[in-house]
Design a binder for this molecule. Structure first.
Ligand code: ADP
Ligand code: MG
Length: 690
C-alpha cells in the first residue's frame, strides 16, 4: 500500500487538486460557487469540466456519470463515455461545462409519488459543487441533485442541502445575540455503520437473503450472542483482510474511515468514519455501503446491510452522531467553560430538546421501514418512542433551571452558578445504550436509524426541526430589552414545557412504555402507523416555512415510502411462498418418505420401528399444518388491496402475522429433519462459518 497520506483522497477532485489544475481565476469563481451557492458561469464551467476530465483521464477514467440519490434510497448512475468522434474516424476525449453542470437522465423509472405525469417524465440532475467529484471503477462520478423538469425535487440530497441552509441561517442569527458574527453554521455528522459479513457460498444458497436481504426462515443456532464473546472480540483474519481493503478503498475516495470492530452478534461488524459536514457525510455513507458490498465479494463474502438479517440475534443500525459547528470551528454542542458559553450551549440544547419533542413523529417516520420494524422496540435497538438522554449531571442542571435553584454537583466537578446559568461538568461521558437520542459530551447520537438507510432524510428533519426552534427563539430574543433576563425566562419556559421528552432510564423496559404514554409521547410501532404523519398540518407548515418541501412534494414522499414498505412485504411473502412450496415442503416430504420406507422395511422383517414412526408422524402432521399456513398466506397475498395505503395497513396487520406463523412451523421442521436433507444452510452454518 502507498503511504496513507498519499493514498487518501487520491481519487477525489478535491481542493488540493483544484488548486493544482485550475487556472487561478477559475479556481476562485468555483470556490465562490461552492461557498456561497452562486451559479457557475458557463465559460468557467467549461474550463472546470476540461480540467476535471484531463485529471480523470490521467487516472484511467473513461466514463463520467451524474451520481444522484433518488427516493429508492440507493444511489443511481448512468455512465457516458468521454469519447466524441472527431469526424476523421478517430475520437477525442471530451467533456463540456454543460455536461458537468446538468444531466438529463430518463427519470420516468424513478419513484416520484405522482409528481411527474408520464408525459413530462423528464428530470434533470444538477451538479452539487459542495461535494467533490471522484473516480470509482474508471468512471468520474459527479455528485448531483435530482429534480423534475418543473423543479419539484425527486431526490434525498436537495432537501438535505436546503435544511443545512435553514439551520445555518437561524443558528447564525442566534449567535449574533451572543455577539458573534459568524457567516455559516454547518451540521456535522459521523454515521457509525453496522453490517454483517457472511460466506458467499452460504449466501448463494439462500434465496431469501438474495432477494429480500434477510433470512425468512431459520431455527436458532444453539449458540447465539448470549456469551457476549463477539463484541470487540479479536477479528478473524479473513475479516481483517476485508477491513484493510475496505479502508484502502474508502481512503482513496477521501472517506475518513477510522474505526473498525466486531459488533454484538456473530458475523456482525461496524465501521465509523471521522465526522464531516452533513452533505459530504451523506454522500460518503452511500458510497461506503456500496464499496463494502464490492470489497466483500472480492473476499468471498456477502455484506448484509439489512436491519435484521437473522432472527434472535441483534440486527444492524446506524448511529447518526450530529452536531453544529461554526465556520470558525466552534462546536455549538460543546458545553464550554465559562458561564456565558454555558448560556449559549444551554440555548442550543433547549432548541434541540424542543425540536425532538415537537417533531417526534417526523424523526420516528424518518427511520420507518419494513426492515427497521424488526429492530425498533426489540430490546436491542432503541424503542419506537422518541426520548432524549442527557446524562444525570446535565439533567440536574436542567432541573435546577426549571426549579430555579442551584444545581447539585453530583460529587464530580463543582457546578458554579454563573451570570445566567450554572457551569457544567466537563466530562459527560455517561452512556445509555437504550436511548434513541443521547447526548454524548459534545454531540447528539441518534440511534434509531436502520443500517441500510440513506441518512439524508433523518438529517433533513433534524436540521429543519432545530432551525424552527431557533427561529422562534430568535424572534423572541431579538426584540428583548434585557437579553439576559429574556434568555433565562425563555430557557426556563421551554425546558419546562419539553421536559417530558427527557428520559435517562432503561428504554427497553415495559414501565417506560407505560410512562411514555402517561407523558403523552408518541409510540408508532409499525411503519404504516408512522409514515402517514408526514403530511400532518404542522409538518407541512414546518417544511414550508423553511423552504424544504412543498405540501405536494411531501405527499409524494409519503406515498413513495408507504409504497416501498408494502412492496417489500409483498416481496418477502412471495419469496417465502416460493421457498416453502419448492424447497422446504418437498424436502420434508422426501425425508418422511425415506422414514416411511425404512419403517416398512423394518416391519417386513419384524423389527419394531416406533422411533421412526413417531418422527414420521410428527413431520407429516407439521407439514400438513405448514400447508394450511401456506394457503392462508397465499390467499392474503392475493387479497392485498390496490391502494398503497390500504395495502401497507393490510401488509402490517395480515401478511406479516401470516408469515410469522408459517415461519414458526417451518423452523420447527428444521429442528427435526435430517440436516443432510435440509435444503439450505442453517443459522449455525451461516453464523459460524470457517
Ligand atoms: P462511540 O459513540 O462509539 O463511543 P465516538 O464518540 O468516538 O464513538 O464517535 C462516534 C462518531 O461520532 C464518529 O464518527 C465521530 O467522528 C463522530 N463525531 C465526533 N464528534 C462529532 C461532531 N462534533 N459532530 C458529528 N459527529 C461527531
Ligand atoms: Mg456511538
Amino acid at each position: 500500500m502507498k503511504q496513507i497520506p498519499e493514498l487518501f483522497g487520491s481519487m477525489v477532485f478535491n481542493d488540493h487538486v483544484m488548486r493544482q489544475v485550475l487556472p487561478k481565476t477559475v479556481y476562485k469563481s468555483l470556490k465562490r460557487t461552492m461557498q456561497e451557492g452562486t451559479a457557475l458561469e458557463s465559460d468557467v464551467a467549461d474550463v472546470v469540466a476540461a480540467c476535471m476530465k484531463d485529471w480523470a483521464v490521467s487516472k484511467g477514467a473513461t466514463h463520467f456519470t451524474h451520481w444522484f440519490q433518488p427516493m429508492t434510497g440507493i444511489t443511481a448512475e448512468k455512465h457516458d463515455s468521454f469519447i466524441t468522434p472527431d469526424g476523421n474516424g478517430n475520437v477525442l476525449m471530451d467533456f463540456s461545462g454543460k455536461e458537468l453542470v446538468k444531466g438529463e437522465p430518463d427519470a420516468s423509472s424513478f419513484p416520484s409519488g405522482g409528481l411527474r405525469a408520464t408525459f413530462e417524465a423528464r428530470g434533470y440532475t444538477a451538479w452539487d459543487p459542495t461535494s467533490y467529484a471522484f473516480i470509482k471503477d474508471d468512471t468520474l462520478f459527479i455528485p448531483t441533485a435530482f429534480c423534475s423538469y418543473t423543479g419539484q425535487i425527486l431526490d434525498k440530497k436537495t432537501p438535505l442541502l436546503r435544511s443545512m441552509d435553514a439551520v445555518s441561517k437561524e443558528a447564525v442569527r442566534t449567535l449574533k445575540l451572543f455577539g458573534k458574527a459568524v457567516k455559516r453554521v454547518t451540521a456535522t455528522i459521523g454515521p457509525e455503520q453496522e453490517y454483517f459479513l457472511i460466506d458467499m457460498k452460504d449466501y448463494a444458497k439462500r434465496d431469501d437473503i438474495k432477494l429480500t436481504g434477510r433470512t425468512l426462515f431459520g431455527a436458532p443456532s444453539p449458540k447465539g450472542q448470549e456469551k457476549e464473546d463477539h463484541y470487540f472480540g479479536s477479528i478473524r483474519p479473513r475479516v481483517k483482510a476485508f477491513m484493510a481493503e475496505l479502508d484502502e478503498e474508502l481512503w482513496k475516495l477521501g472517506i475518513p474511515s477510522k474505526t473498525e470492530h466486531n459488533e454484538v452478534a456473530p458475523c456482525q461488524h461496524e465501521m465509523a468514519p471521522v465526522f464531516e459536514t452533513a452533505n459530504i457525510a451523506t454522500d460518503a455513507n452511500q458510497l461506503t455501503m456500496e464499496v463494502m458490498k464490492q470489497v466483500a465479494e472480492r473476499h468471498g463474502f456477502a455484506c448484509l446491510l439489512h436491519e435484521k438479517p437473522f432472527e434472535g440475534i441483534n440486527g444492524s443500525g446506524k448511529h447518526n452522531n450530529w452536531s453544529l459547528s461554526t465556520d470558525e470551528g466552534e462546536n455549538l454542542l460543546d458545553p464550554g467553560k465559562t458561564p456565558s458559553e454555558n448560556a449559549q450551549f444551554i440555548l442550543f440544547l433547549t432548541a434541540i430538546i424542543k425540536a425532538v419533542d415537537d417533531y417526534q413523529d417526523l424523526l420516528r417516520l424518518s427511520v420507518a421501514s419494513a426492515g427497521n420494524d424488526h429492530r425498533l422496540g426489540a430490546n436491542e435497538a432503541p424503542p419506537a418512542i422518541l426520548s432524549i438522554f442527557v446524562g444525570d449531571e446535565l439533567e440536574e442542571v436542567i432541573n435546577s433551571i426549571i426549579e430555579s435553584r442551584t444545581a447539585k454537583s453530583g460529587g464530580r466537578n463543582k457546578i458554579e452558578l454563573g451570570m445566567v446559568l450554572p457551569r457544567l461538568p466537563q466530562d459527560n461521558s455517561d452512556r445509555n445504550r437504550t436511548s434513541p437520542f443521547a447526548f454524548t459530551g459534545n454531540k447528539f447520537e441518534f440511534r434509531m436509524l436502520g443500517s441500510s438507510f440513506n441518512i439524508a432524510c433523518t438529517n433533513t428533519i433534524l436540521n429543519t426541526a432545530v432551525a424552527e426552534s431557533l427561529r422562534l427563539f430568535n424572534d423572541e430574543l431579538e426584540g428583548a430589552e434585557d437579553f439576559s433576563k429574556a434568555l433565562h425566562s425563555l430557557i426556563r419556559r421551554e425546558l419546562t414545557e419539553h421536559r417530558r421528552i427527557l428520559f435517562n432510564g432503561n428504554g427497553y423496559s415495559k414501565e417506560w412504555e407505560e410512562e411514555a404514554e402517561r407523558r403523552g409521547l408518541l409510540n408508532y410501532k409499525k411503519t404504516p402507523d408512522a409514515l402517514v404523519h408526514y403530511t400532518d398540518e404542522k409538518n407541512i407548515k414546518l417544511f414550508r416555512i423553511h423552504g424544504i418541501y412543498t405540501a405536494e412534494e411531501l405527499k409524494s414522499r409519503e406515498e413513495i415510502l408507504i409504497d416501498e414498505y408494502q412492496k417489500q412485504i409483498h416481496l418477502e411473502a412471495t419469496t417465502m411462498l416460493e421457498m416453502l412450496n419448492k424447497d422446504i415442503v418437498p424436502a420434508c416430504i422426501s425425508y418422511s418418505n425415506k422414514l416411511a420406507k425404512g419403517i416398512a422395511m423394518k416391519k417386513g422383517i419384524g423389527i419394531d420401528a416406533d422411533a421412526e414412526l413417531r418422527l414420521c408422524r410428527e413431520i407429516s402432521s407439521s407439514v400438513s399444518t405448514l400447508l394450511d399456513k401456506v394457503e392462508t398466506l397465499a390467499s392474503d397475498v392475493k387479497e392485498t388491496p390496490e391502494d398503497v395505503y390500504e395495502a401497507a395497513r393490510f401488509s402490517a396487520d395480515m401478511i406479516i402475522p401470516a408469515m410469522e406463523e408459517a415461519r414458526s412451523v417451518a423452523d420447527h421442521l428444521e429442528t427435526i429433519v435430517d440436516k443432510k436433507e435440509w435444503p439450505m444452510p442453517t443459522y449455525t452454518d451461516i453464523l459460524f462459518y470457517c
